[in-house]
Design a protein around this ligand. Sequence first.
Ligand code: MSP
Length: 783
Amino acid sequence: MPTNESTPARYYLTTPIYYVNARPHLGHAYSTIVCDAIARRKRALGVDTWFLTGTDEHGQKIERSAEQAGRTPMEFATAISAEFRGLWDRFGITYDDFIRTTEDRHIRGVQKLFSALQERGFIYKGSYTGQYCVSDEAYVDGPPGTYCPDCGRLTETVSEENYFFKLSAFERKLLEFYESNPGFMVPESTRREVISFVRGGLKDLSVSRTSFSWGIPVQGDEKHVIYVWLDALANYITALGYGSDDPADQARFAKFWPADLHLIGKEISRFHCVYWPAFLMAAGIPVPRSVKANGWLLFDQGKMSKSRGNIVRAETVQEVLGADALRYFLLREIPFGQDGNFSFDALVQRYNGDLANGYGNLVSRVVNMVHKYFGGVMPDVGVETPAEVKLRESATNVIADFAPAFDDLDFSEALKSLWLLVAEVDGYLTANAPWKRPADRSEADHALHQARVLATAAEAIRIITALVYPILPESAAKVWKQLGQGDIEAHARNAFLTRVTWGGLTAGTPFGEPAPLFPRAEKDAVERMQNLEDKNVGTAVDAVSGNTSAADAAPAVTSAPHAPQSALGVSPVPASPELAAASAHATASPSVVSVQGQLAGTVPHSPAVHAQIEGKLTEHTVAPVDSGSPVAAVHVHQVPAELASSRLSTTPIPAPEGASLQPAEAETSPANEQTQHITIDDFTKVELRVAQILVAERIPKADKLLRLEVDLGYEKRQILAGIAQYYEPEKLIGRKIVIVANLAPRKMRGLESNGMLLAASLPDGAPVLAGFLEEVPLGARLK
Ligand code: MSP
C-alpha cells in the first residue's frame, strides 16, 4: 500500500482543472489563489514546489456548448482555456504548468492509464441504462425524471454499451486507506461524507461513453470515449509526465508524484477521494497524500456559478482595488472549508479597514518618517525600553503562530493574528509619537527616541511583510523595496521565510522611495465594480461563437437558471416567439449580479423589487404594514428569512438548511405606501413566468412547506413554497401559477428550491396564488 508520509524536500499541489464551458469567475479564482498562496509560501521556505493548474476540455457538456456556439469543440475549448490562463497570468499566479486535457501528452497518458487498468483486470465490458447528469458529468442513481442530487438539474437517461471499472472491488481497501491516513481528506465534514458514501456500498463505474465523441478514444475500440472524470483526474499525473517516454518527464513524475495536495471544491470530493484513489490503486500507482476541499463562494446565498447567473469576475475587483485586495479578502474573510459570502460592500469595507487604513497606512507613516527624520536611512534602535521589548515579543509570538495556522490552511486565523500585530505597531507609534518632542525632552534625547521608535516599527513591518508575502505578493514586493530590502522574489527564491526573526533590518540600510500601496477606496468603488460587471457581459467566448448581438453575448446571465447552458449563457431556444423575445431581453439586460447588488443596497434601491422578492427587506424600504387595510398586497412566499440580513454579511454563513420558512412579515398597503419609483429596467430584471404545477406534496417535518414540481414549458423544476397551511397539495396539481424564474436556487431541508411563487397576501397572512382567467402558454413571461 502506498504511504501517506510527507516529504518536505518537495511539494506538489494542484487546483481542480476548470471546465471550459464557462468563463472564469471568482469561484474559480478562489481555489487558484489559495493554491498560489500555498505555493509561494512553500517556495519561500525552500521547498522544491510544483504547482499545476489547467482546463478540463472533454465531455458532452463542452461538446454541446461548442455546438450551440456554432464552433468546433476544439476552437471553443481553446478560447476559454486561454481566458483562464490569461486571468491567472494577470493575477500573477505562479503555476509551474498549465495542462489542457486536449493536449497530446495528456491523451497519451490517459490511454496508458486505461490500458493499465485493463491489463490488471479492473475493466470489463457491460451495458448501462440509467440516469446521467451532463452538467456534472456524473452518473446518478434513480429512475428517469430524477434530479441530480448535486446540482438539481434533471438527469438524462442513457442506455449504452460501456466499459466498467471494478469500483466495487475497492470498498474495503478504500475504507482501510481512509482509516490509516486520517489526514487524507480535509475538512472533517468531507471525510465523514466520503466514508459514509463508501460504506453505503460501491457499484462498478461506467468509464466509457459511446453516445458522443468529444473525448479520448479507448485504444482499439474507438467508438468509446473515456469517461470524462477518469480523463480529467488523470491530469494530475499526465502533466508530470506519466505515459511519456521522455526521461525528463519520467524523472519529474518520479520526483513529484504522489501529490501532496489536491485542492478542490467540496462538491467534487467523491471524484477525488473515492474514484481517484481507486483508479490509482488499481493501476498500481501511489495515491495522493491529501485532498482538501474548500467551501463555496456564495453571492446572494447561492453558489456563485454561471448557471445561476450570479457571477462576479476577478478582473473587476483587480481593476478597481487590485489583485492583492481580492486575495486578502478571500483568504481573510472565509475560514477555509466553509462557505462564505461575497459582496462588494464587504470587500470594500475589508479593503479600507485592513489594507488602506491598516497595513498600508502604517507602512506609509513609518517610511515617510524615516525619510523625513533620518534622510531615508534606517536608524539605529539604540537601547530598548519595555515598550520595544513588548513589541518584539509580540512579533516573535506572531511568527510562531502564523506558520501552523497557514500550514493548516487556516489563512483567516493566520491573517487575524498578523493584523493584531499591525494594530499593535500602530498603537505603539501613536503612544510614542516620534513626530512630537515634549517640552521636557532634549533634542538629543528626542533624536534617540525617534530612532528607537521608527527602527522598531520598521522592523515589525518587515516581519509582517515577509509573512504576508504569499498572500499579498504585489504589495509585499513594494514594501520590501521601501524598506530597502530589494527584490522580494529573489529573497523568496532564497528561502527567506526560513529566516524570519527579529532584527533583520540593519541600521544604515537605505530605504526606497515611499509609494502608495492601497489608496483608500472612495464611495463609488462599489458602483464602479458593479458597472464593470454590467458592461462586461461579452467575453472571448463571444469571439469564438461569432455572435455579436447583446442578447447572445451575455454569458453571465441566464433567464432560466436551470436550463442547459451554452458557454454563451444563452438559454435553450424558447418555444414561442414571445418567449424568444423575453429570453433575449433577459440575456441582454444587465447581469443578475447587478440586480443583487441593488438588493444589497449598494446602488439606488428598487423598493418594489425588494417588496416582491424578499419580504423581509421591505421593512427597510417601504412603509410599515397597515394591518387594518382590506387591500391585499402582492407578496412572495417561500421567503428565506435570513436572506435579507445576511446579504451584507461578511462572515461565513451557516448552511441554509433549516432556514425560516415563514411568509414575509412586512407588507405594503397602498394606503400608506411611499411611492418609490423603479425603472422599467429594474422591473425586467425580475423574470416572472407562467408555470404549471405537476406535483405538490408535503415535506415530512416541515408543516409550512410544500414541495412542488412545476413545468415552465421549456424545463421542469422543483420549488419549495411556504403555503402548506393554506393549500391542500392535491388541489394545486394542474394549476397555472406565476413564478420568479431567475432567483438563485437555494437549499432548504436538504432540498433545492428553484424559484418562488407569486401570491397576494390577505391581511391575516393567508396567501392567494396569482393566476389567469385566459389561457396562457407555459413559460410565458409577465411584462
Ligand atoms: N472540471 C471539474 C474538475 C475536474 S478536477 C480533475 C470541475 N470544474 S469546474 O469548473 O466546475 O469547477 C472547478 C472548481 O471551481 C471546483 O473545485 C469548484 O468547486 C470551484 N468552484 C466553482 N465555483 C465555485 C464557487 N462559487 N465557490 C468556490 N469554488 C467554486 O468541477
